[in-house]
Design a protein. Structure first.
Length: 115
């Protein structure tokens, strides 16, 4: 099983990034997928989630209106489009797959928002 995140980097405040998470080794279309983030000294927090079929999405209050989660089950990939980025969005972003009691995590991709 692998979840491989990409798309992180350094961006100026107000900029955009699109994170991708490529999944392999499990039945991707059966899993709800989520993006979490963690900053130094803080707990990992849920940013956004999407149901297995992509019908239902949920967002943290901090992400509503700025971030969009989507998935392509044919390509086993989940995305996080992040717009209007703020310095407080700086964190390591992790991809998560969950089905019942089975949970998979990626290794993370760093997002730094700074001028």
């Amino acid at each position: 099983v692998q979840l491989v995140e990409s798309g992180g980097g350094l961006v100026q405040p107000g900029g955009s990034l699109r994170l991708s998470c490529a999944a392999s080794g499990f039945t991707f279309s059966s899993y709800a997928m989520s993006w979490y983030r963690q900053s130094p000294g803080k707990e990992r927090e849920l940013v956004a989630s999407i149901s297995s079929a992509g019908v239902t999405t949920n967002y943290a209050d901090s992400a509503k209106g700025r971030f969009t989660i989507s998935r392509n089950n044919a390509q086993n990939t989940v995305y996080l489009q992040m717009n209007s980025l703020k310095p407080e969005d700086t964190a390591m972003y992790y991809c998560n797959g969950k089905r019942f009691n089975t949970i998979y995590w990626g290794q993370g991709t760093q997002v730094t928002v700074s001028s």
